[in-house]
Design a protein around this ligand. Structure first.
Ligand SMILES: [Fe+2]
Ligand SMILES: [Fe+2]
Length: 229
């Protein structure tokens, strides 16, 4: 029973993570494209976003290898389990796929909102990984421990460029209500969605790897190539 519980928990944890990492780098692709077109001269910002994209892709690949070693495909969780999906959905009343980053970068009021959403999501990710690194079930899996240690080290550089943009442009920090939404989304995932998934029999698994449908847009940025190599 204990072994089943552990197996199920790690299976779901890995599946939620691989969804979020994939969602992360594919969503950053379109943000990057939009930032490059609006501020082509701001190479520092562009490179920081490229590095962020490369890291999320690297995280995705680490989870993919973890599943490959287990001889199992991830459970096919959808955007209901995506932190950034929910956050963008609430703040922009739009799915990530329908959000038009080209339009967002044309309006500072929208872009600053997006920067705060990304920054809060990354900070949440960092705190969550710190918790997982102390989790007794995670600690039984040395590969997962290695993965979460790398994510913990990478995370601070992920919110830094968006915070820097906000500061450089005289924009405000997140307000209490934006932090409350972030907290609500996290609570909803942890206390509602995860238990429901845990108890749902016969969850469907992916039949192919999510990255096999990426289509190659910006997949060949130098940072991305370095990370996936
Ligand atoms: Fe990540
Ligand atoms: Fe991240």
């Amino acid at each position: 029973m204990r072994a089943w519980f552990r197996q199920r928990y790690l299976d779901l944890l890995g599946s939620i993570y691989i969804y979020n990492e994939h969602r992360g780098y594919t969503a950053i692709d379109s943000v990057l494209e939009a930032v490059q077109s609006r501020w082509p001269e701001d190479q520092a910002f562009i490179q920081a976003i490229e590095k962020h994209r490369a890291d999320e892709r690297k995280h995705y690949m680490m989870f993919r290898r973890w599943f490959e070693r287990r001889g199992q495909m991830p459970i096919a969780v959808d955007r209901a389990c995506g932190h950034i999906d929910r956050f963008v959905g609430i703040m922009f009343r739009s799915t990530i796929d329908d959000l038009n980053p080209m339009r967002v970068v044309q309006h500072d009021a929208l872009f600053e909102r997006l920067c705060r959403v990304i920054s809060l999501t990354e900070q949440r990710g960092h705190r969550q990984v710190e918790i997982l690194l102390r989790h007794p079930m995670v600690r039984t899996d040395p590969t997962l421990m290695k993965i979460f240690t790398i994510i913990e080290q990478d995370e601070p550089s992920h919110w830094a460029p968006y915070d820097a943009w906000l500061r450089a442009n005289g924009r405000r920090d997140p307000k209490w209500w934006e932090r409350a939404i972030d907290q609500f989304i996290h609570g909803e995932l942890l206390l509602l969605k995860l238990p429901i998934l845990f108890l749902t029999p016969k969850l469907k698994r992916h039949s192919s790897w999510p990255d096999s449908h990426d289509g190659g847009r910006l997949a060949a940025t130098p940072a991305a190539l370095a990370a996936s190599g």
